[in-house]
Design a protein around this ligand. Sequence first.
Ligand code: EPS
Length: 359
Amino acid sequence: LSVSTFGESHGPAIGCVIDGVPPGIAIAPEQFRHDLDRRATGKSRHTSQRHETDEIEILSGVYQGKTTGTALALLIRNTDARSKDYADIDAQFRPGHADYTYWQKYGIRDPNGGGRSSARETTMRVAAGVIAKAWLAQQFNITVRGYLSQLGPLKPRQHDWQVVETNPFFWPDPDMVTELEAYMDALRKSGDSIGAAVTVVAEGVPPGWGEPIYGKLDAEIALAMMSINAVKGVEIGDGFAAIEQKGSEHRDEMRPDGFLSNHAGGILGGISTGQTIRTRIAIKPTSSLRLPGQTVNTQGEPVEVITKGRHDPCVGIRATPIAEAMLALVLMDQAMRHRAQCGDVGVVAPRIPAGTDQE
Ligand code: EPS
């Protein structure tokens, strides 16, 4: 499976081409609508107020509601770009933004919005992920879903999947939503931004997916997650908490009726165990701030920068569907690789049920 995206935040359109999609996957337009809306800007006062319609056009690869096996091309036209917001900073670099490194690499810059480095690009990842989610569900009954697991200093105290989709944050603790709203309102008024963490799980993944050395399932997940804008860290299972754990705590003991825990995050030796796959990503605070900061311009002179425009005070709020899409795409790719190499012969030992997981 291969996905490539194109288009800039303030260009005429964004799009993607997905190659290697098996034929016969049933895809309804509402499936795109659902996930694109979950990721979109302007759905609450806590995100960027740019109002894009994100109307998807399927250019190829789908016939009568089913994938044909040929290259799938998807397009979304930009309808609400406002390039004048960037007039003041087109010759300056926002501290903490890819403005600077794009300039160092290419020596040329499209000053309108973030261009390719804008989170606008993630729209097409979500669109591609819709295909992967549909295939995983239809072929294996796999569910990929996620939630915001930290917003700045705030951590959920309870976990209820039912409420994740009922608030603008993808937050699993119903008792804290008001607190999050107050936190975000104060932050937005201050002109500052905040980081966040998103957790994504895949339930129903059979054991055996992933290459043992190069192309480990966890390595591919980490690569995919780190390729999302603003992601600064990736954990699989307990991740960095493993530093302080003893082996007796970390190991996931097994009984014929199931695993007793899931510290490994569903992957051992780069191969899925059959447990829930769990990954958590750290998302940095957005760098486009209304607060003045020191920077340099393209001449190397010191200047003060203030970013206007319609920015996210916490881009992590919209990252849950993006991370779900990336996990689904990696799983689909690994599933096809596993099937191509092993078929069903890999499974010789008795399978242990997924068993206990800790959320
Ligand atoms: C973004 C800045 C804003 C956001 C954008 C992400 O856009 P602009 O390029 O107009 O400044 O609105 O998000 C989207 C448009 C989107 O669809 O996600 C950024 O700097 O990442």
